[in-house]
Design a protein around this ligand. Structure first.
Ligand code: CUA
Length: 363
């Protein structure tokens, strides 16, 4: 048997759709290339010198022919347009219920962290049949996170967050590539994604071992506490709480319920409190001043690592949902009490993972 696949395996929900569109384009290209090539050959032979053919070339006009050569290409390109748009929007819009994974690219490795706190390097474990959203940034230059078998790829840029999502539909181990030239060892910036059945995945989350061919995976790398609770610690250490969690909101905007809402700025603009906004407001607090406040917050650019920033981000996100028990929440809101829907799932998952919880006590 030949083991020389022309295409990577189709291992996500969009892979088949991307390939169909691709093969359609290839087919159209081949058909028209052949038509033109044959026409050239046919006429070259028919009208070759010395051949006895009619060369009078009278002026003629055919409305039907004009309609055909306008109509047929129009239909073809409109098919490509609507089909391509449809696939594109599927790829760029992550489903609401997607599970978040955070990724950082640096020369030359991929670092991943799950909401539950599990860290991985050049390896990513995900469950089959569940949409995964990867939120990522770079510590140095532009990289590009590429999952060939899922048919998704997204540039990873320093100084901002980008994201991609996929839903693996076939357990197995697949390639992770960096798809943007990023220096000497760009070609070595590779890894693997391990798609596991949900039970093995839960086991992996709790122990770092769950089959699926994983030998090096260690879910326990790092603190063993969830990103939100690690973020809360940083929040306390950096003194953020004294202003942002104060009882009166005169000094700084309150963060509870903030994420995902519209924020009125001093300059009259309104902005959505998304990942990018949270990031910018921490690093360069003066960039977007909320209406009614003065730019008094210190600048954290260069004082906080990308990974710590991600923990903070997840913590701020976890404050967002109007959880039932949040109304009476104390200042130093503990994570379980303030979890969002998204977080709540992460926490709930975590709850039936005793090992991971036990570990968090060690730090
Ligand atoms: Cu990172 Cu190429």
């Amino acid at each position: 048997m030949w083991d020389f696949p022309l295409f990577p395996e189709q291992a996500s929900t969009v892979a088949g759709r991307v390939d169909s569109l691709y093969f359609f384009l290839v087919t159209i290209t081949i058909v028209f290339s052949l038509l033109i090539a044959f026409a050239i050959a046919f006429f070259a032979i028919k009208y070759r010198r010395g051949n006895n053919v009619d060369r009078s070339n009278p002026l003629s006009e055919s409305k039907t022919m004009e309609a055909v050569w306008i109509g047929v290409p129009l239909v073809i390109v409109m098919i490509i347009f609507f089909w391509g748009t449809n696939v594109y929007f599927t790829i760029v819009r992550a489903p609401k219920q997607a599970e978040d994974v955070y990724a950082t690219g640096k020369q030359w490795m991929w670092k991943f962290q799950h909401i539950g706190g599990q860290r991985e390097i050049n390896e990513l474990h995900v469950p089959v049949g569940k949409p995964i959203r990867v939120i990522m940034t770079s510590e140095d230059v532009i990289h590009s996170l590429y999952f060939p078998s899922f048919r998704v790829k997204q540039d990873v840029l320093p100084g901002r967050y980008t994201q991609l999502w996929f839903e693996p539909n076939k357990p197995g181990t697949y390639h992770i590539f960096c798809a943007e030239y990023c220096g000497l060892q760009h070609s070595g910036m590779i890894g693997r994604v391990v798609v596991m059945d949900p039970v093995s995945y839960q086991r992996w989350l709790s122990t770092g071992k769950g089959g699926g061919g994983s030998t090096t995976g260690d879910a326990g790398t790092g603190s063993g506490e969830s990103m939100a609770s690690a973020g809360e610690k940083i929040f306390q250490q950096q003194g953020c709480a004294s202003c942002h969690m104060a009882d009166d909101a005169t000094r700084a905007p309150q963060l509870k319920g903030l994420f995902g809402t519209q924020v009125a700025l001093k300059n009259g603009e309104t902005i959505t409190a998304d990942e990018q906004y949270i990031r910018e407001s921490i690093l360069r607090s003066g960039a977007k001043i909320v209406e009614g406040y003065e730019p008094v917050m210190p600048v954290y650019q260069g004082r906080i690592s990308e990974e710590d920033l991600m923990q903070l981000l997840v913590y701020v996100k976890s404050l967002a949902a109007p959880a039932k028990n949040q109304s009476g929440g104390t200042q130093s809101a503990t994570v379980p009490g303030t979890a969002t829907g998204e977080q709540a799932r992460g926490t709930a998952q975590h709850a039936d993972v005793p090992a991971a919880n036990a570990k968090s006590g060690s730090k």
